[in-house]
Ligand binder design. Structure first.
Ligand code: FNR
Length: 423
C-alpha cells in the first residue's frame, strides 16, 4: 500500500491522471457504470445481468435498506493510517470484499472469467468461481498465481458430479466451497422471459460441466434418442451455431456431432436439485476439508441450524433479487442472523452492494465481508480485465475513505454504534 493509503492513492491516480490526459472509460458512479455497460452488451446479455425476478421489487428493496441506514461519524480520532484488511479462513485480505460468483460472464466480455481472475489476483481480492462459469476453474486458477479463489457449487442431481466438482476445486487451490441454496429452481425472470433468452440453452455458462470427467461420461452415455430435429429456421441455426462454438473442441467436429446438443440436454437434467435438504449436507462435509459456506440463508433459524450442523460460514444473499420478488433485503435480514449465530462463524453479505459505504454498513451490522456482484460484471463489459480492476480499486478506495471519515482506523473499530436509522 502507498503512504497515502488506498483511498487517497486512488483519488490521486484519477485526478492527476486526468491532468496528464488519461481518459477513463469506467465510470465511478454505479448508475453510470451500469448505463455504460448496457451500451457494450447485447440487449439479451444486459437483461440477463441486470434483471431480477417478477417486478424487480427485491432489487429495489436491497438498495432501500442500505439507504435507510445512516453512518454517524466520530471526530478527532487519529485516522492518518488506516488498516482496511480483514482475515477470513486464515488468509489476510486487503479489504472486506470478495467477488460474487457470477455465471455466463462471456455475455459481458469474450475473456469472461479469465479477465476477472487476473484482475482479482492483481488486487488480492478472492474470486468465487461460479458453477455456471464460462471458463473452467482450472484455467482461471492457472492465471491467478497465488491469488485467493473459492468455488461456488450448485448441488447437482448427480452426487458423483458434486464430488468431482469439489475435488477439482480443491485441486486448483480453492480455499472454500460456497453452496448456493436459493437457486434450486430458476426464478421468474421477467426480462429474460420477454426476450425468450436463456444462455445455457446456447451452450453458454456450462464450462465447468463440459470440462468435467463425470459430466462428459454422462454425456457419452446419454442416449441421443430419436433425432427429432425441428425444421431449420434462421433463429434455430443461429442457436445451433452458438451452441456448437461454445462446446470444447473443434467447431467442424462439433457441428457434425450430437454432443453439444446432448451436453445441453444433460446439463438441464442435472444442474440443480430442488429436493435438497439438510440431510444432504453431511455428504459434502465428508468429502472436503475445505470450509463450507451456505449462500442464500435469510432466516435466523436456518442460520443457527447451519452452524449447529458444522457449516463454516454463511452468505446472507437474495441472489441480487433474481430469485424471489418482494424478498427481504439482505441488510434487513443480517442483524437477526448475526444474533442467532453469535459470531461463531463468519457471515458474508451480498445483494445491492454498490459502494464502500454499503460495505461499511454491513460490517457495522456484523458482516465479516461483502460480495461485489453486478458492478464488476459491468466493469468487465466496459473494459475487460482493466474494467474489473478499476471497479475493485474504487470499492477498496471508497471503503478506506469512508472508514477513516467515520473515525475508524481499522475494521475492528466499526460497530453498530457507527450507525443510525435514517428516515
Ligand atoms: C448471479 N449470482 C450467482 N450466484 C451464484 O451463486 N452462482 C451463480 O452462478 C450466479 N450467477 C449470477 C449471474 C448474474 C448475471 C448475476 C447478476 C448474479 C448471484 C451473485 O452471486 C450475487 O448474489 C448477486 O449478484 C448479488 O447482487 P448484486 O450486488 O449483483 O445486485
Amino acid at each position: 500500500m502507498s503512504e497515502l493509503g488506498i483511498g487517497r492513492q486512488r483519488q490521486a491516480d484519477i485526478y492527476l491522471g486526468a491532468l496528464s490526459g488519461a481518459r477513463r472509460s469506467v465510470p465511478v458512479d454505479p448508475a453510470r457504470l451500469e448505463e455504460a455497460a448496457s451500451k457494450r452488451m447485447s440487449p439479451e446479455a444486459f437483461a440477463y445481468i441486470a434483471g431480477g425476478a417478477g417486478l424487480e421489487e427485491t432489487i429495489r428493496v436491497n438498495r432501500d435498506a442500505f439507504d435507510r441506514l445512516r453512518i454517524v461519524p466520530r471526530v478527532l480520532r487519529d485516522v492518518s493510517t488506516r488498516d482496511t484488511s480483514v482475515e477470513l479462513f486464515g488468509r489476510r485480505l486487503p479489504g472486506p470484499f470478495l467477488l460474487a460468483p457470477i455465471g455466463v460472464l462471456e455475455m459481458a466480455h469474450r475473456e469472461a472469467d479469465l479477465a476477472v481472475a487476473r484482475a482479482a489476483a492483481a488486487k488480492g481480492v478472492p474470486m468465487i468461481f461460479s458453477n455456471q462459469a464460462s471458463v473452467p476453474m482450472e484455467r482461471c486458477a492457472e492465471s491467478m498465481g497465488t491469488g485467493p479463489r473459492w468455488f461456488q457449487l450448485y448441488w447437482s442431481t448427480s452426487n458423483e458430479l458434486v464430488e468431482s466438482l469439489v475435488g477439482r476445486a480443491e485441486a486448483c487451490g480453492c480455499a472454500a466451497i460456497v453452496v448456493t441454496l436459493d437457486t434450486t429452481l430458476l426464478g421468474w425472470r421477467t426480462r429474460d422471459l420477454d426476450l425468450a433468452y436463456l444462455p445455457f440453452l446456447r451452450g453458454k455458462g456450462i464450462a465447468q460441466y463440459t470440462s468435467d470427467p463425470v459430466f462428459r461420461r454422462l454425456v457419452d452415455q446419454a442416449d441421443e434418442g430419436p433425432t427429432n430435429r425441428p425444421r431449420p429456421t434462421l433463429a434455430g441455426l443461429s442457436a445451433l451455431f452458438q451452441l456448437t462454438r461454445a462446446y470444447p473442441g473443434s467447431f467442424l467436429a462439433n457441428i457434425r456431432s450430437p454432443r453439444p446438443r446432448t451436453a445441453v440436454r444433460q446439463f438441464l437434467e442435472i444442474y440443480s436439485r430442488p429436493s435438497l435438504t439438510w440431510e444432504d449436507l453431511p455428504f459434502l462435509r465428508e468429502r472436503t476439508k475445505l470450509p463450507i459456506l451456505l449462500k442464500g440463508v435469510l432466516h435466523p433459524e436456518d442460520a443457527r441450524r447451519a452452524v449447529d450442523g458444522g457449516v463454516d460460514g454463511l452468505v446472507v444473499s437474495n441472489h441480487g433479487g433474481r430469485q424471489i420478488d418482494g424478498e427481504i433485503a439482505t441488510v434487513d435480514a443480517l442483524p437477526a442472523i448475526v444474533e442467532a449465530v453469535d459470531r461463531q462463524v463468519p457471515i458474508l453479505l451480498d445483494s445491492g452492494v454498490r459502494g464502500g459505504a454499503d460495505a461499511f454498513k454491513a460490517v457495522a451490522l456484523g458482516a465479516s465481508a461483502v460480495l461485489i456482484g453486478r458492478p464488476y460484471a459491468y466493469g468487465l463489459a466496459i473494459a475487460g480485465e482493466r474494467g474489473v480492476r478499476d471497479v475493485l480499486q474504487n470499492f477498496l478506495a471508497d471503503f478506506d475513505l469512508t472508514m477513516g471519515l467515520a473515525g475508524c482506523a481499522s475494521i475492528d473499530e466499526i460497530s453498530a454504534e457507527s450507525l443510525a436509522a435514517g428516515g
